[in-house]
Design a protein around this ligand. Structure first.
Ligand SMILES: [Cu+2]
Length: 217
């Protein structure tokens, strides 16, 4: 598994909780049906009054607590992987606005589609120029809010070349539903070609050059 691919972690935690829920549902229903017959009023004309049962109470307190802790552990493991952004991750600025996305790269390249090299960890620096948005890549099981003046970060690595859907998942107004784009994962050489072709002088360099030109005039 390529690090940065959270599919196994997220799906594992989700399925674990689902299977436990199904097992509990079947257990509760089976017990209920059994009691329905076993304690039917024709067999038990006089109800028994029970006062406390320490071992039973300990069992139904400790048992579910331990069970829920295992669910927490399954989720927390995956969450930790998502929190630990690798040092060699490539910075990409994810800028959300009503109603679209812009991705800014360290060399000044900018795009409304997110191009990434296959297997490369991408450190998304999330921001919004207006309201709350949320950057969601379902195939990678990652999602994070874009907050005005916020500094949310999220990372992932595309496991293989291809195009992956991106949605905004925070209702942000009239055209929220149209606020989709894609992460396009390219082989390294293809990505380099795109990256270099779209390189731009950064804004501060451009400003200095403009000032120089003005001076000489
Ligand atoms: Cu949005």
């Amino acid at each position: 598994m390529i690090s940065g691919n959270f599919v196994a972690d997220v799906d594992g935690a989700f399925l674990y909780v689902t299977y436990v829920s199904i097992a509990l549902f079947i257990g509760v229903m089976a017990t209920m049906l059994y009691f329905l017959f076993r304690y039917h009023h024709t067999k038990n004309a006089k109800g028994t009054d029970i006062h406390g049962n320490v071992s039973l109470e300990v069992a139904w307190t400790v048992g579910p607590t331990l069970l829920v802790m295992t669910m927490f552990w399954a989720g927390f493991n995956g969450y930790n992987d998502m929190r630990n952004i690798p040092d060699d991750a490539m910075d990409v600025e994810v800028v959300a606005r009503m109603w679209g996305w812009t991705f800014n790269y360290p060399n000044g390249a900018s795009s409304d589609t997110m191009y990434v090299p296959v297997g490369q960890a991408i450190d998304c620096k999330m921001e919004s120029v207006d309201v709350l948005h949320s950057f969601y890549i379902p195939d990678f099981r990652v999602k994070k809010d874009c907050v005005p003046e916020g500094d949310n970060r999220m990372w992932f690595a595309a496991p293989e070349a291809g195009s992956y859907q991106v949605f905004c998942t925070e209702y942000c107004g009239l055209d929220h539903a149209y606020m989709y784009t894609a992460v396009v994962a390219l082989e390294q050489a293809e990505f380099d070609a795109w990256y270099n072709a779209n390189a731009k002088e950064d804004a501060s360099t451009a400003a200095v050059e403009t000032a120089d030109t003005n001076e000489s005039m």
